[in-house]
Write a protein of this length. Structure first.
Ligand SMILES: Cc1ncc(COP(=O)(O)O)c(C=O)c1O
Length: 370
């Protein structure tokens, strides 16, 4: 049996999305900037997708800029409005943290669940500040109180950006109600194609482009638009909202079944918050073993999962997210992240829940840490 439980890394393309995309690789191949019929056909498809994305987050189409993905949108958001100081959190994606390294920045710590410290956040503002706090964390699934963080930012007359790559499609997002100024989205986490993303920029906010050229995307992101990809992203966003309740009901049940069962393994611990977490996220640490060894063992059984540790050049470093949550490095090393998706079944999860305890037991038997 093959079970894909790494939907936080990327999702398969939904067949309904692929169907929409296919004509834009063949007969409808025009450049959306061309004035002939081929071009206009692509332009219409591009604008339809812009409307679909906008509708999914209660924005206006002219507030959506298409990019090459979450990483570019994160970089563009910061580059676009940075005035001299950025406030971010210790558990952000590298697309934020590595960009901030080159800027004047303040990193706000999080508590044991991954919630940003309000008090330190509020005190970090200077007249030059902007803030960027992720909507939901990609490793432990913690959902941040975005409305409150945006309110604090507004009270300081600053701009608020959120990376909603993981939250989009799982948490209802209304940018107006939440008070978000800029927001990052990515297509390949919501059953759309890879290499496509968007940045929501609230009307009236002027951003400085990263890519300059022919003036595409309201002169905010030059480069010929990836029309098939964008068409797929639009459809995926429409489906994400339409199916959100159905998907979440199913995912939450599977997630909770997995968490309950895995915590019956002695010396195991859930990472992140038990309830304020993404419907598809399971992150558990097993003492005395290496997460990588567990991932490889599961891979041999056909199960695709990931670990909290990142392989960095020569040494294995525990995840910066787990360490920020105050998890001991040894425990962080023994973490396993499984992210469910729309196409997982109960039968698959039963199989996984049979394989994991066996793999953990086997690895503990040979563990030098016991
Ligand atoms: C929270 C978060 N932000 C940004 C990204 C980067 O997105 P992309 O792969 O589209 O560049 C990811 C992808 O893993 C993510 O999980």
């Amino acid at each position: 049996m093959k079970v894909y439980l790494d939907n936080g890394a990327t999702t398969p393309v939904d067949p309904r999305v692929l169907r929409e995309m296919l004509p834009y690789f063949t007969s409808k191949f025009g450049n959306a900037s061309s004035i002939h019929q081929f071009g206009q056909e692509s332009k219409e498809a591009l604008e339809k997708a812009r409307k679909q994305i906008a509708r999914a987050i209660n924005a206006s189409p002219n507030e959506i800029i298409f990019t090459s993905g979450g990483t570019e949108s994160d970089n563009l958001a910061i580059h676009g409005v940075y005035k001299g100081h950025i406030i971010t959190s210790s558990i952000e994606h590298p697309a934020i943290l590595n960009y901030c390294k080159h800027l004047n920045h303040t990193i706000i710590p999080v508590d044991n669940y991954g919630f940003v410290n309000f008090d330190k956040f509020e005190k970090a503002f200077t007249p030059e500040s902007m803030a960027s706090i992720m909507f939901a964390n990609n490793e432990v699934g913690t959902i941040e109180p975005i409305k409150r963080l945006a309110e604090i930012t507004k009270s300081k007359d600053a701009l608020f950006h959120t990376d909603a790559v993981q939250a989009f499609g799982k948490v209802p997002i209304d940018v107006k109600k939440l008070g978000i100024d800029l927001m990052t989205l990515s297509s390949h986490k919501i059953y759309g194609p890879k290499g496509v993303g968007a940045l929501y920029v609230k009307e009236g906010i002027d951003i400085k482009p990263l890519l300059r050229g022919g003036g595409h995307e309201f002169s905010k992101r030059s480069g010929t638009e990836n029309v098939p990809g964008i068409v797929g992203f639009g459809k995926a966003a429409e489906l994400a909202v339409k199916d959100m309740k159905k998907d979440n009901d199913k995912l939450t049940k599977l997630r909770d079944k997995m968490i309950k069962s895995l915590l019956e393994i002695p010396n195991s611990k859930l990472n992140g918050h038990p309830r304020e977490r993404l419907s598809n996220n399971v992150n558990v640490s097993f003492s005395f073993i290496e997460g990588e060894a567990l991932v490889l063992n599961l891979d041999m059984k056909g199960i695709a999962a990931s670990t909290g540790s990142a392989c960095s050049s020569s040494k294995l470093e525990p995840s910066h997210v787990l360490l920020a949550l105050g998890i001991h490095p040894a425990e962080a090393h023994g973490s396993l992240r499984m992210t469910l998706g729309r196409f997982n079944t109960n039968k698959e999860i039963d199989y996984v829940l049979k394989q994991i305890p066996e793999a953990v037991l086997k690895l503990r038997r040979i563990s030098p840490f016991r």
